[in-house]
Write a new protein. Structure first.
Length: 132
């Protein structure tokens, strides 16, 4: 599914942006402006705090409904592999209860030959045990 591949590449670039402290072009090119503003704000906070994310997040696509020009994805991400950490490996907000799968819903649209994330919503947690 090309929309899922575009989403995956964008999320990899988000992690790279956090860890490099600069917005990488694939993030800018793959998000609608309203979504990009949300990520830029978060990236700026991470940069000023010296935060980082794991190089590879554990994320599963639970469902994908893709047409010729639209896609809706539901994903589950293992929090310890996708949340911010400080230089000493602790949570910036002091929360030590990370052992959950976060559920997110993404909408993508095909525009000018490229899939772009047009909406992101957190939707609680996914059931499941820690990944092995």
């Amino acid at each position: 599914d090309p929309a899922v591949l575009a989403w995956k590449q964008t999320l990899e670039a988000v992690g790279g942006s956090v860890n490099s402290g600069k917005l990488l072009e694939p993030v800018r090119a793959s998000m609608a402006k309203k979504v990009l503003r949300r990520y830029v704000s978060s990236l700026n906070q991470a940069k000023s705090g010296g935060w980082h994310v794991e190089p590879v997040g554990k994320v599963t696509v639970e469902s994908a409904e893709t047409t010729a020009s639209r896609s809706k994805l539901t994903t589950c991400s293992w929090a310890p592999s996708t949340v911010y950490f400080t230089k000493d490996g602790s949570s910036p907000d002091g929360d030590e209860n990370f052992d959950v799968w976060h559920k997110n819903r993404y909408e993508l649209a095909l525009r000018d030959g490229h899939w772009r994330i047009t909406s992101v919503e957190s939707d609680g947690n996914c059931p499941g045990r820690p990944p092995v």
